[in-house]
Design a protein around this ligand. Structure first.
Ligand code: ADP
Ligand code: ZN
Length: 436
């Protein structure tokens, strides 16, 4: 179902007109109200009057995460604090968190785009939506909450964690839709299977998963285990939280809500724009956000865009599911390795579960890459005890497959079922001891 027919199916020329008009207004506003942006524009020698349409965007300087942290907490506010009604921050694991401050209008906008997201996967007022994204400063919980409310579905605001209770709610309340991180969805599936729950017997039909990287194979896995259709949803605190882009029922790349968030792809090394279809770093400009608008924010996320029409009828540009991050990319003995490549290989391997951890360390000045991955219960049970803690033929097999994909050697260890810590939010899959 298309939630907002006018804006989601707008012809390209009209959309460009709307984006240009919105860009002019936002640039004028940030120039007048935010010393941070004025200083940057002055330094780049661009005036608001130089920005006439959306193609002038490339004249403007980028904004980085570090710069946003430097003006923590209120340095990006475009309105008075009295007009702010809610504040969120990113997790801030690598420094001061990034702050998103929302006006009443921004909450309205967030509700609309999350309603679009859910409608894309067919959620209606008849659904019962279990929202297992964490509530709190993290944008996932409340962002999804506002969308569920806007659609008019019944929201179960359970938040993340307490998996037993999640399963109980699903059974007792007839949950039809699940929202959480993909790794938590798998954890719920696993816990359900252990509790003897047959997901086919539940009302669960679909899930909206995001906030962390996952692969196409991981999607198939979740769909098969929970007997649902799983949609990829994307967003980030700096831009608004979830609701920046999402998949439609065709599950073929994510429609970007570009009437509000204008995407560009750049070469991360040079900052130059790259053409559609070519991979690069995703950059966003918020066109309508009031509290903390951001101009050309470098997400460090890697993807590509396509403007080919989608048969759902929506006209927006689509982005491929994330292919990695400029900063998560591991460089192992000079070779670029993306954790998503490792996941792709592991999910295809038989006898292992999609629970893994990647470990990088230096040994004798050499980078060493290791992957711990859990065996399936069956494999573990059938294995003679004296094999369990020795090198196994399957480990060599997976090492070989990983080498073919990554082009660098990686030691694989099959570990006992349930020995890798589970996550109720974003999974921590990489431990890079080199930087400690
Ligand atoms: P933090 O993790 O610092 O609290 P956010 O929650 O805003 O900050 O995280 C945003 C980041 O999460 C994105 O830049 C992206 O890397 C990742 N992310 C969000 N949604 C997805 C998704 N559907 N697929 C892959 N990665 C995602
Ligand atoms: Zn579509």
């Amino acid at each position: 179902m298309i939630w907002d027919v006018k804006n989601e199916t707008m012809p390209a020329a009209q959309l460009k007109e709307l984006q240009s008009e919105r860009l002019r207004a936002i640039i004028k506003k940030v120039y007048d109200k935010v010393p941070f942006y004025k200083a940057k524009m002055d330094e780049a020698d661009v005036k608001p009057s130089d920005i006439r349409d959306i193609s002038d965007l490339s004249k403007l300087p980028f904004t980085t995460k570090d710069e946003m942290r430097d003006v923590y907490p209120y340095g990006l506010l475009t309105v008075d604090l009295k007009d702010i009604v809610e504040i969120h921050t990113s997790s801030g694991t690598t420094g001061k968190p990034v702050v998103g401050a929302y006006t009443q209008g921004d909450i309205g906008l967030w509700s609309e785009i999350m309603a679009r997201t859910l409608s894309m996967g067919g959620v209606t007022e008849k659904d019962v939506v279990q929202n297992a994204y964490g509530y709190g400063l993290f944008t996932g919980g409340l962002g999804a909450h506002y969308g569920i409310r806007r659609v008019g579905a019944a929201c179960l605001p359970i938040s993340g964690g307490n998996t037993k209770r999640q399963l109980e709610m699903m059974q007792d309340f007839g949950t039809t839709v699940l929202c959480c991180t993909p790794s938590y969805a798998l954890y719920i599936a696993e816990a359900g299977r252990e509790a003897g729950i047959d997901f086919r017997m539940l009302g669960l039909e679909k899930g909206f998963f995001g906030a962390e990287p996952w692969s196409e194979n991981m999607r198939r896995e979740i769909e098969a285990r929970l007997h649902i259709k799983a949609y990829d949803i994307f967003g980030l605190t700096e831009i608004i939280g979830p609701g920046v882009a999402a998949e439609c029922e065709l599950q073929n790349m994510l429609h970007v809500f570009e009437d509000h968030f204008f995407p560009e792809i750049i070469d991360p090394a040079t900052g130059n724009p790259v053409p559609d279809g070519q991979k690069g770093e995703l950059v966003f400009t918020t066109l309508t956000k009031e509290g903390t608008p951001v101009i050309r924010y470098r997400t460090r996320d890697i993807t590509f865009l396509t403007r080919e029409p989608c048969s759902c009828g929506r006209t927006s540009v689509r982005m491929h599911r994330l292919l990695g991050r400029t900063d998560d990319m591991l460089i192992i003995r000079g070779v670029n390795v993306y954790p998503s490549q490792v996941e792709q290989v592991l999910i295809k391997a038989e006898g292992v579960e999609p629970h893994y951890q990647i470990l990088v360390e230096k040994r004798d000045k050499m980078d060493c890459l290791e992957v711990d991955v859990e065996m399936t219960d069956e494999l573990f049970r059938e294995m003679p005890d004296d094999m369990k803690y020795r090198r196994k033929p399957k480990e060599l097999e997976i090492e070989h497959a990983l080498h073919n994909t990554l082009l660098v050697h990686c030691k694989v260890t099959l570990v006992a079922p349930k020995s890798i810590p589970r996550s109720e939010g974003k999974a921590k899959r990489i431990i890079d001891k080199r930087s400690i």
